[in-house]
Design a protein around this ligand. Structure first.
Ligand SMILES: *Cc1c(COP(=O)(O)O)cnc(C)c1O
Length: 236
């Protein structure tokens, strides 16, 4: 006789946290008058071992996010047998674009023409990569992303690169501002980008601390890490 493997305590806790977050996502969608079916919940697994992604897949997670190229590449290679979609959400270096493209199904963090060009040059055959333009909602140019006023121009540039499919916009809320007002700016930038390409409907926003506000502001793709995975192991 065979029986299903008994989940470890860690796996049971993971499943409990996932279902609690999914309930909070549903509640936030209901309060915002939105259909929860419009929302994609990406679980950010950065700094955690590949085995965590396997455990998440076993409880139904299909969309995972990573913010460093090396970690993305090594986990994706180690888990090539798993049916998951990999979202790259970190700052992308031009010289890592080919490696990012080989492992990612979507790149949320296109923040300059040169990075878009490098992703395009790395295309193999006729594969098309989903990309989002990252918007900087802070006044600090050192943070990732283009200024909202430059988003449409970067989106237009992406449209000239046939191996990239423009999906929408992505942002992280600033630490020193109410998320709702920052996400309202993101929403109007997303509207502008949609005038460039009406099919660019994704709004990637909302993390552990602000996903309800992001849902209220129209987010379609939530990037939630620690509330689901537990605290990240210290990277020293
Ligand atoms: C780490 C990270 C997240 C998830 O953050 P949590 O606060 O753990 O939910 C989302 N987006 C980006 C870009 C990240 O780097």
């Amino acid at each position: 006789m065979t029986s299903a493997p008994v989940p470890t305590q860690d796996q049971a806790e993971l499943a409990a946290r996932l279902s609690e977050i999914d309930e909070r996502i549903s509640d936030a969608a209901r309060r915002a008058g939105r259909d929860v079916g419009e929302l994609t919940r990406i679980v950010v697994t950065k700094f955690h071992p590949a085995s965590l992604v396997r455990d998440l897949r076993a409880i139904g997670v299909q969309e995972v996010g990573e913010n460093r190229q090396q970690e993305l590449s090594s986990k994706q290679a180690a888990l090539a047998d798993l049916d998951v979609r990999w979202h790259f959400i970190g700052q992308g270096q031009t010289n890592k674009a080919a490696a990012i493209r080989r492992s990612a199904d979507a790149v949320h963090s296109v923040d300059r023409q040169k990075f878009a060009d490098a992703l395009h040059r790395a295309a193999e055959g006729d594969d098309v990569l989903d990309v989002l333009v990252q918007i900087n909602l802070t006044d600090d140019a050192a943070r990732g992303g283009v200024a909202p006023a430059e988003a449409a121009a970067l989106a237009e540039h992406v449209l000239t690169l046939p191996s990239l499919r423009l999906r929408g916009v992505m942002a992280v809320a600033p630490l020193d501002e109410e998320p709702a007002s920052a996400f309202a700016r993101l929403r109007s930038t997303a509207d502008e980008v949609r005038t460039v390409d009406p099919s660019a409907t994704w709004i990637s926003a909302g993390m552990t601390g602000d996903f309800a506000e992001a849902i209220a502001a129209g987010a379609t793709h939530l990037r939630i890490g620690s509330a689901i995975t537990g605290p990240r192991p210290d990277r020293g």
